[in-house]
Design a protein around this ligand. Sequence first.
Ligand SMILES: [Zn+2]
Ligand SMILES: [Zn+2]
Ligand SMILES: [Zn+2]
Ligand SMILES: [Zn+2]
Length: 122
Amino acid sequence: MATYKQPCNQCGELIDRDSRVCPKCATKNPYGFSCPKCLRTIARGDLACAGCGKTLTVACPLCNGQTFVGSSRCDACGRSLMVMCENKKCGVPQYFDNTKCTACGKAVKDGGKKLMKGKGSA
Ligand SMILES: [Zn+2]
Ligand SMILES: [Zn+2]
Ligand SMILES: [Zn+2]
Ligand SMILES: [Zn+2]
């Protein structure tokens, strides 16, 4: 039986469509969007998280445009909004506004600042 593959929302790898966890980056719910605060599933277009009430649009640290928290790229400027997890053994890219790594659970700190620092390089 052919398995259809779809890119993971988090890392972009093509993975099986029935995956619950991305085998490449260990993100749970690889096809959905997760609230950066409580990791509850959210949908593009939602204004606030049903779980914790977090506003689901954020200002992009790179261009200041409004972008949906689930997209790995800024809706306004198209630049990547992912930062590396600080856990060296993990190293999975995380959305800059996440409070916790979706793979290892380590706190993600100052994602916005890291993005600004990495601006220009790769
Ligand atoms: Zn992935
Ligand atoms: Zn939430
Ligand atoms: Zn932007
Ligand atoms: Zn991690």
